[in-house]
Design a protein around this ligand. Structure first.
Ligand SMILES: Nc1ncnc2c1ncn2[C@@H]1O[C@H](COP(=O)(O)OP(=O)(O)OP(=O)(O)O)[C@@H](O)[C@H]1O
Length: 300
C-alpha cells in the first residue's frame, strides 16, 4: 500500500447470495482529497463503505484504510475514521448535550472548540432528545460527532439526504473548513451531481458494482471536451475514432460529436483539414460524464 493513499481496494467484491453488489473494485483515494463517490441507486456505494468499515465482510479482494487491512485491523481503523451513515444510529433516548458529553469522554482527541463552533452554526437544540430531532438535524449531529473525534479520514454515506439547501451548504462548509485546517481526507457517497461538483476534488463513479470512472475534477475540466463539427456535405471521418484521446464519435445531422479525453487541439486540427462549415469545442460537465458512464439514468 502506497503511503499517500487513505483508501485502497484491490479486487474488492461482495456477493449477497447471487447478487453481485460490488464487483472487483479497485479504488484509490489519495490522502488529503475530497472524494465524491457517485452512483445510481443500488450501484454498490453503501456496500463498499460498509466493507471499508468492516460492517460487511468482503466475498473476495482486499481493502486498506489509512494503511490498515479492513478485516484484520478494523479496530485501528475505527479509532482514526469518522463515519456519518445514511441512517442515524444515535442513542435516541439521550439529549443532544448528553450525547456530546458522552462522546467527549470516550475520545481522547475530542475537538472541544470545533464542536462548539459547529453546534452554533447548525443551531442544534442541546436540550432536546435525539428522537425529537428531524432527520436533517440528526445528520448534522452525526457530522458534529464524527468530526469531533478528530479523525484522519471522514467517510460519509449520502450525508445530505435530509438537509435543506442552506443546511447542505453549511454542512459542506464545515467539512471544507476542517479539511483546509487539518488536511483530513473526506470520502462521501452521493447522487447529487451539483453537490459533488461543488465540493469534491476527485470523483469516482460506481455502476453495477464496478468502478467505471475515477478522475480529478480539474482533469475533467481541462481534458474532457466535446467537439461538434458540421460539414456542408456528407463527409466521412473514418479513422478518427482510432486517434489517441478520441473516446466516442456520434453522428449528428450533417456532422458529428466527438468526445475527447486530452489531445483536443490535435483532433480539431485533423477535422479542420476536412473543411467543416462549423467546428466548436464544448466543455464537459460532471453531469455529461455521469450520464455517459451510467447509461443516462440518475436523479442528480
Ligand atoms: N444485505 C443485503 N442483502 C442482499 N442484497 C443487498 C444487501 N445490501 C445491499 N444489497 C444489494 O446490493 C446492491 C448494492 O446496494 P447498495 O446499498 O450498496 O447500493 P447504493 O449504491 O448504496 O444505493 P443507494 O444509492 O440506493 O443507497 C443492491 O442491488 C442491493 O439491493
Amino acid at each position: 500500500m502506497t503511503m499517500e493513499l487513505a483508501i485502497e481496494t484491490r479486487g474488492l467484491t461482495k456477493m449477497f447470495e447471487d447478487k453481485l453488489a460490488v464487483n472487483a473494485l479497485d479504488l484509490k483515494v489519495v490522502k488529503g482529497s475530497i472524494y465524491g463517490f457517485l452512483g445510481l441507486n443500488g450501484a454498490g456505494k453503501t456496500t463498499t463503505i460498509k466493507m471499508l468499515l468492516n460492517l460487511v465482510y468482503p466475498t473476495s479482494g482486499e481493502a486498506f484504510v489509512l494503511g490498515h487491512d479492513v478485516v484484520k485491523d478494523s479496530v485501528k481503523i475505527r479509532e482514526k475514521v469518522g463515519f456519518v451513515p445514511e441512517e442515524s444510529h444515535l442513542y435516541d433516548y439521550m439529549r443532544v448535550s448528553e450525547l456530546i458529553d458522552f462522546c467527549r469522554a470516550i475520545y481522547s482527541n475530542w475537538q472541544v472548540r470545533e464542536v462548539g463552533r459547529y453546534l452554533d452554526l447548525f443551531e442544534l437544540p442541546l436540550g432536546k432528545k435525539v428522537k425529537e430531532l428531524s432527520k436533517g438535524m440528526k445528520n448534522q449531529l452525526n457530522l458534529v460527532l464524527a468530526l469531533g473525534a478528530g479523525p484522519e479520514l471522514v467517510i460519509l454515506d449520502e450525508p445530505t439526504g435530509g438537509l435543506d439547501p442552506v443546511k447542505t451548504r453549511d454542512f459542506f462548509r464545515v467539512i471544507l473548513e476542517q479539511v483546509a485546517e487539518i488536511g483530513q481526507t473526506v470520502f462521501f457517497s452521493s447522487h447529487r451531481l451539483h453537490e459533488v461538483e461543488r465540493v469534491a476534488d476527485t470523483v469516482g463513479i460506481i455502476h453495477k458494482g464496478k468502478l467505471v470512472f475515477s478522475k480529478s475534477l480539474d482533469d475533467i475540466k481541462t481534458n474532457l471536451k466535446k467537439i461538434r463539427v458540421v460539414f456542408s456535405e456528407e463527409t466521412s471521418i473514418a479513422g478518427l475514432e482510432k486517434m489517441p484521446g478520441v473516446n466516442m464519435i456520434k453522428r449528428q445531422g450533417r456532422g458529428y460529436i466527438l468526445e475527447c479525453d486530452g489531445s483536443v487541439e490535435q483532433v480539431k486540427a485533423k477535422l479542420n483539414e476536412l473543411n467543416p462549415v462549423d467546428i466548436e469545442v464544448i466543455d464537459v460537465g460532471l453531469e455529461d460524464v455521469f450520464m455517459r458512464y451510467t447509461g443516462g439514468g440518475g436523479d442528480g
